[in-house]
Design a protein around this ligand. Structure first.
Ligand code: MLT
Length: 336
């Protein structure tokens, strides 16, 4: 097994506690909890830096959920190690309904990538529902010396040793897409992990890093503003908001198809009345015209209501863990 390549670093107290005390004193009433929830600000943990694609989806959905729940949903960015630092924090949080967690495909790849984990992605979380599937784009700094996808692949293959590729850490979506791209074209660039692709984009814009594969929710406005070069979208079909960007599949990478699913969770043992209200608010948010419009502008759309459920997210997470485990094992990629 080979350890993943060359890295260079750039760079409440709660109603539940009250309920537990009440229960010990014989006064806990689940109905009272259900009636009162939520009675204070809810924190949505995003396991990546501010300004990136997960943060963008989280802020959009969180704000709309807050309107429905009549409480503010604030965002706490806890980036690091491909999303595992934030996930570990949520797994240790009070299961009172006031901490929720938006994570993506990385929640399913972490068990195969990380030898030591302080949490279990299934057992330590309550699923609330799937949120969105986001296409990705293969992009480069503005002055990257290749005018189209074919030239880019030729250049990358000839110059891999001196090129670097930004990602949001091992197991992040940008890492998975980059690994897939590099193994498909057989080029081993130096990977540069960031706490999220928000800061990675800042360095791409400044020309500090050469290439990245990232979600349309982070790249669309930079592509449209011609601040970066876009060579391909990673899905089988083109993305309506980026009609001029061909797919990688249509440009020679047959079968290349990567999209990033996002799911909403709470810590294990969060009371069911809170989970039910959170899920109902998620459903409303995913139909909110402002959310739908903003997502469309950014190349994505909310999942259908049947997928924004605990059962659908639980089943999807499990099947993704089963899917990625053997792929990652075969690739021989892991973190200590
Ligand atoms: C990723 O590559 O996993 C994401 O872009 C992380 C992020 O939201 O910054």
């Amino acid at each position: 097994m080979k350890k993943l390549s060359k890295h260079v670093g750039f760079g409440g107290t709660s109603a539940m506690v009250g309920a537990m005390i009440g229960a010990m004193a014989g006064t806990f009433s689940p109905n009272a909890f259900a009636d009162e929830f939520p009675s204070k600000t809810i924190t949505m943990v995003i396991p990546f830096a501010a300004g990136g694609p997960t943060d963008t989806v989280g802020r959009l959905v969180g704000q709309s959920m807050g309107k429905e729940l009549k409480q503010t949903v604030i965002i706490e960015n806890v980036g690091g190690a491909g999303g595992t630092v934030g996930a570990a924090k949520v797994a240790r949080s009070a299961p009172d309904g006031y901490t929720i967690f938006l994570h993506h495909i990385g929640h399913s790849t972490a068990p195969a990538l990380y030898k030591k984990m302080s949490y279990n992605p299934i057992d330590d979380f309550e699923p609330i529902g799937l949120v969105t599937d986001v296409p990705m784009t293969i992009v480069a700094r503005k002055d990257f010396p290749a005018k189209d996808f074919k030239e880019m692949v030729t250049y990358v293959k000839a110059n891999a040793a001196k090129l670097n590729y930004a990602n949001a850490g091992l197991g992040s979506a940008s890492h998975l897409c980059g690994m897939l791209f590099m193994s498909t074209v057989e080029a081993d660039m130096t990977t540069v992990p960031f706490k999220g692709t928000g800061p990675a984009m800042t360095d791409l814009l400044a020309g500090q890093v050469d290439l990245m594969c990232d979600q349309t929710t982070n790249t669309t406005s930079q592509i449209k503003g011609e601040k970066i070069k876009a060579y391909a979208v990673t899905t089988k079909n083109k993305v309506p908001s980026l009609p001029d960007i061909p797919t990688a599949d249509s440009q020679g990478l047959k079968g290349f198809d990567v999209a990033v699913w996002h799911g909403l969770y709470a810590p294990k043992a969060t009371p069911k009345p809170a989970l039910d209200k959170l899920q109902a608010a998620l459903l409303v948010a995913l139909k909110d015209p402002e959310v739908v419009k903003r997502m469309a502008d950014l190349g994505t759309e909310p999942v259908a209501p049947a997928r924004a459920t605990p059962a659908a997210l639980k089943a999807h997470l499990k099947s993704e863990i089963d899917r990625w485990g053997p792929i990652i094992k075969k690739a021989g990629v892991y973190a200590d």
